[in-house]
Design a protein around this ligand. Structure first.
Ligand code: SAM
Length: 291
């Protein structure tokens, strides 16, 4: 598990230099996010070992993604609610819209494993409430630093950054709130074996919590012999990604800690990269009654 946190610390430190370059000439957060996203799509990040230490590199050559007409005419398989449809590369799932719907009656939203805060910023820029407290919880100092720098571009957004590790979960940043939206987005997948402490600590949050887990765990929810499920499972095993989230969720429900409200298996993602095909689990935990 620490393997992934260490790797992400180096990755976010490298990406910080890209953000710093953008921030030197840009003052609009939507533009910085869009320009960074384009940079990430066109450049490969890889690591090598030099004198016993891992070093991260960003390829300088831009990947050739084709002309505008190539992209317009290209059709790839997109998974939507477990079915494959043909769509151009511009087709997107509106995750910020979905999260804002779940945030409608909340006083706080926390993302666990928030990276540079992209999902939270997209919620706010997508019309998320101004009186909502946004918390970017992330284990890497570099990810938290980038989030703090970007937040200066949106002074109206009430955003805090906090350290958080699934290996040693601490939910104290949300203990003062009464209606909390807690979500993950391709972060819990980096914990090979989730411990019982995750749901046990989550259950101790005093307020009412709605959790939205957006993770590539379709192979755990609905194991089958179809290509998506087998490929997702084999990739997770090979890369030491999470294999037990769904079982831990079922255990937590059986123990009365949480309740599963809805599950959408293989809700969205590109067919050619099964680790990007997200399933969504909506889970609730009632408020604790005072003793
Ligand atoms: C693929 S990025 C996703 C970032 C963000 N959630 C998003 O959707 O843009 C994975 C994130 O998971 C975080 N992560 C990895 N291991 C973690 C752990 N043990 N606890 C919490 N977050 C972790 C990484 O630091 C990284 O920011």
């Amino acid at each position: 598990m620490q393997h992934w946190v260490g790797l992400y610390e180096r990755i976010w430190r490298t990406r910080e230099a890209v953000f710093d370059d953008l921030l030197a000439s840009e003052t609009s957060l939507p533009r910085v996010i869009a320009l960074y996203t384009r940079f990430e799509a066109c450049h490969q990040i890889f690591q090598t070992q030099e004198n016993g230490a891992w070093v991260i590199h960003v390829s300088t050559a831009e990947a050739d993604t084709g002309t505008a007409l190539d992209k317009f005419e290209r059709r790839g398989g997109i998974v939507a609610f477990g079915k494959t449809i043909e769509a151009p590369p511009h087709y997107r799932f509106d995750m910020a819209g979905m999260l804002n719907d779940f945030a409608a009656d909340k006083d706080c939203v926390i993302e666990l494993g928030a990276g540079y805060g992209k999902r939270l910023f997209e919620m706010f820029l997508g019309g998320g409430a101004k009186d909502l407290r946004y918390i970017a919880a992330e284990p890497t100092a570099a990810g938290r630093r980038i989030t703090a720098k970007l937040s200066r571009l949106v002074p109206d957004m009430s955003l805090d950054v906090a350290a958080f590790d699934f290996a040693n979960p601490c939910f104290s940043p949300v203990h003062g709130f009464s209606r909390i939206l807690l979500f993950t987005s391709w972060s819990l997948m980096f914990v090979d074996a989730l411990q019982d402490s995750f749901f046990a600590e989550l259950a101790k949050i005093p307020g009412e919590v709605t959790c939205v887990f957006v993770e590539p765990v379709g192979f755990q929810i609905n194991p089958s012999n179809d290509k998506i499920s087998l490929d997702q499972r084999d990739t997770a095993r090979e890369r030491r990604w999470n294999l037990n989230f769904f079982q831990k969720l079922l255990d937590a429900q059986a123990a009365g800690l949480v309740e599963i409200e809805a599950i959408s298996t293989d809700m969205f993602g590109p067919l050619d990269d099964t680790s990007s095909i997200a399933s969504v689990c909506v889970v609730t935990k009632p408020a604790l009654t005072p003793p």
